[in-house]
Design a protein around this ligand. Structure first.
Ligand code: HEM
Length: 412
């Protein structure tokens, strides 16, 4: 089932600049132009080399000896990093990264995640009950703020063993901490809000650690407290850092996946009808949304030596920005890459979750929970669709998802 994408060529002479509001609204035509003209391009606005083609994105992510992750987090969050004392796993290189990754991998194995299926279903049902209590059996609600924002934060809070009653606060703290990536565009009032929320996030986990260390349970924070790397326990600050990374990783990304999926269903009524009638199609639907409009548009690396990508010389110490969302539309790897086609057979992996040592730890979790959420939603709503064709995207160049999505609905 095919659905033609939006325009594949920019209508103006504008070139790709992630900070340009027009580009942020719909970056895909600009990625297309970049791949065709300069797949590796110096971007003065961000002082970074943008990498747009699949081969180069894949190669650099698999080469941590040249493309280090160590400056990723400090550059992303700057002074707003809630735990600046120790790097999070995502901002470490092998072999240090490998040890920590092995430790947390266990909790994210498909066999472990499948055990959470029922809980994910229950959480989706509880949220829909709340919507019914708040808005009635039919009317309007916000798909983002009443459902997709709360769903993943509840799932990951459960896994970590943090009280879900504070989930709305977490959501704000996490979103604001990540918003630090756009700090150059904010005034002092907004920056002070972000600073406050990053601090609250840290304080919350400090208190939780101190309480949990006296009262160990079955949750992931208790496991991290007891875990050993090279015969040594993780320090208090290391456990807090890992907990915050898992919370950050598990929240906004899945919210955006479910938001981007709803936008697509609205644009493709035939796809919508098909998945509503056959829940087996939810899986290929999500896979194609993950390719076509991924929640993480790009990540960052820095070069440890002089190198070259696609014939472009990149000096040692440069920032490099693999454009994951552009790689997913590379016509040399995906046939009719600009077309939404949930029946496509992939010949190469998506870049949505990165590649190499940092390949997303939560990829199986997000797929499972999103599938469960949509099954519940399609079962319980007789009608559910966007009210407007216009989408207000979140104000970020690296994360992509709707900021708000008013929907009209009727429950069965
Ligand atoms: C659609 C949803 C998601 C997307 C698009 C996504 C995307 C990504 C990407 C691109 C990376 C690689 C970063 C890099 O190489 O620097 C990554 C890593 C990571 N993700 Fe996800 N993610 C998603 C969901 C989740 C969830 C649900 C969790 C839950 C805990 C999670 C936790 C992590 C962690 C901890 C890492 C770092 C892994 C490491 O450093 O070894 N992600 N994710």
């Amino acid at each position: 089932m095919n659905e033609q994408a939006t325009a594949t060529h920019p209508t103006d002479e504008r070139i790709y600049d992630p900070l340009d509001p027009v580009v942020k609204q719909d970056p895909y035509p600009y990625y297309t132009k970049l791949r065709a003209t300069e797949p590796v391009k110096w971007m003065p606005s961000l002082k970074v080399f943008a990498v747009a083609s699949w081969n180069e994105v894949d190669a650099l992510l698999k080469d941590p000896k040249v493309f280090t992750s160590t400056q990723f987090w400090p550059e992303l969050l700057g002074e707003f990093d809630p735990v600046p004392e120790v790097p999070p796993m995502i901002s470490m290189d092998p072999p240090d990264h490998t040890k920590l990754r092995k430790l947390v991998n266990k909790a994210f194995l498909p066999s472990k995640i499948m055990k959470l299926q029922q809980r994910a279903t229950d959480i989706a049902n509880e949220l829909i009950n709340d919507i019914e209590a708040k808005h009635g059996r039919e009317g309007k609600f916000d798909w983002v703020w009443d459902f997709t924002a709360l769903f993943p934060v509840t799932v990951i809070s459960d896994m970590l063993g943090v009280p879900t009653k504070r989930r709305a606060e977490f959501k704000v703290w996490v979103d604001d901490t990540l918003a630090a990536a756009n700090r150059a565009a904010y005034g002092e009032a907004r920056l002070s809000e972000i600073r406050g929320h990053s601090h609250e996030l840290r304080t919350f986990f400090e208190e939780l650690y101190d309480e949990r260390v006296k009262n160990l349970g079955e949750d992931m924070i208790s496991s991290l407290i007891q875990a050993e790397v090279d015969g040594k326990k993780l320090t208090r600050i290391e456990v807090i850092q890992m907990s915050i990374l898992l919370l950050i990783g598990g929240v906004e990304t899945t919210t955006n996946l479910l938001g981007n999926t709803m936008v697509r269903l609205h644009k493709s009524p035939d796809v919508y009808k098909r998945v509503r009638n056959n829940f087996d199609d939810i899986k290929p639907l999500l896979e194609e949304v993950l390719r076509f409009n991924p929640p993480v548009q790009m990540i960052f690396r820095h070069t440890l030596e002089d190198t070259e990508l696609h014939g472009v010389k990149i000096p040692k110490g440069s920032a490099v920005m693999p454009l994951l969302a552009s790689a997913n539309r590379d016509e040399t790897k995906f046939k009719n890459a600009g077309v939404f086609d949930m029946d496509r057979q992939l010949e190469v992996p998506l870049q949505t979750f990165g590649q190499g040592p940092h390949f997303c730890l939560g990829n199986f979790l997000t797929r499972m929970e999103s599938r469960q959420a949509l099954e519940v939603v399609f079962s319980r709503f007789e009608e559910l669709d966007l009210i407007s064709d216009e989408v207000e995207w979140i104000d970020s160049y690296f994360a992509r998802g709707p900021h708000t999505l008013p929907v009209r609905y009727k429950l069965r």
